[in-house]
Design a protein around this ligand. Structure first.
Ligand SMILES: Nc1ncnc2c1ncn2[C@@H]1O[C@H](COP(=O)(O)OP(=O)(O)OP(=O)(O)O)[C@@H](O)[C@H]1O
Length: 204
């Protein structure tokens, strides 16, 4: 899926967060959004995932205006934003099964078991989210993106709370996503990840 951001602007209470921002991401490309704390990275990603609406400009997915109420758009865009939340009484494996089923994953159980193993969540598969460590909860957020079909990945600081092995895994996984034709936009403070994965950067 291609993403085109054109002349985008967003403000909170009349205070601009970003203005006149334009960039494109083609299928198989990754763009990293970088900048200091408070620069507007999370806000931009929220606009790309349809969780906030731009004040100005446009977000186009394959040339169509992003409409988060469209089932087609929701089925194409997998996002991990800064406010990820989970049902407190649904276990890790049940969350992933639910998402795989909701989004029509072809072989849901195989996909869920594969992603659990890949993210090192096997041991905690029957735990409830409040009983996970913060790193494990973040891994559940990443797993939620990878158990479902996706053509655009929008990830806010996907490296956060990951150990060294987890960060190495993330670099490889995002490279594999690009190779599979997925467009990737991610905000990051991890220079190594940006260097390894991004084709271009957008600096806020
Ligand atoms: N709900 C809100 N209401 C008002 N201002 C907000 C709100 N959310 C964020 N802001 C402000 O918007 C600006 C951009 O915040 P944002 O979270 O997008 O930055 P960021 O680049 O993701 O920062 P960080 O690197 O710390 O995660 C900041 O000045 C922040 O204080």
């Amino acid at each position: 899926m291609s993403l085109a951001v054109g002349d985008a602007g967003f403000s909170y209470g009349g205070i601009p967060v970003f203005t006149s921002l334009s960039f494109v991401v083609a299928p198989g490309e990754a763009v990293a959004v970088v900048g200091a704390n408070g620069a507007g990275k999370s806000t931009l990603l929220r606009c790309l995932a349809g969780a906030e609406v731009l004040d100005a400009g446009s977000v186009l997915l394959d040339g169509e205006v992003l409409d988060e109420s469209s089932a087609a758009a929701r089925s194409a865009v997998a996002s991990l934003l800064d406010d990820a939340d989970y049902f407190p009484d649904v276990s890790v494996v049940e969350h992933l099964r639910l998402l795989a089923w909701l989004h029509g994953t072809a072989e849901p159980e195989g996909e869920v078991l594969g992603v659990l193993a890949e993210l090192g969540l096997d041991e905690v598969r029957d735990r409830l989210p409040p009983a996970l460590s913060s790193g494990q909860r973040h891994r559940l957020g990443l797993a939620s993106c990878f158990v479902r079909p996706r053509r655009l990945l929008v990830l806010d600081e996907p490296e956060q709370r990951l150990d060294a092995q987890g960060r190495a895994w993330l670099r490889e996984r995002l490279a594999a996503e690009k190779a599979a034709g997925v467009a990737v936009v991610f905000a990051s403070h991890d220079h190594d990840l940006v260097e390894a994965v991004a084709d271009r950067t957008v600096t806020l």
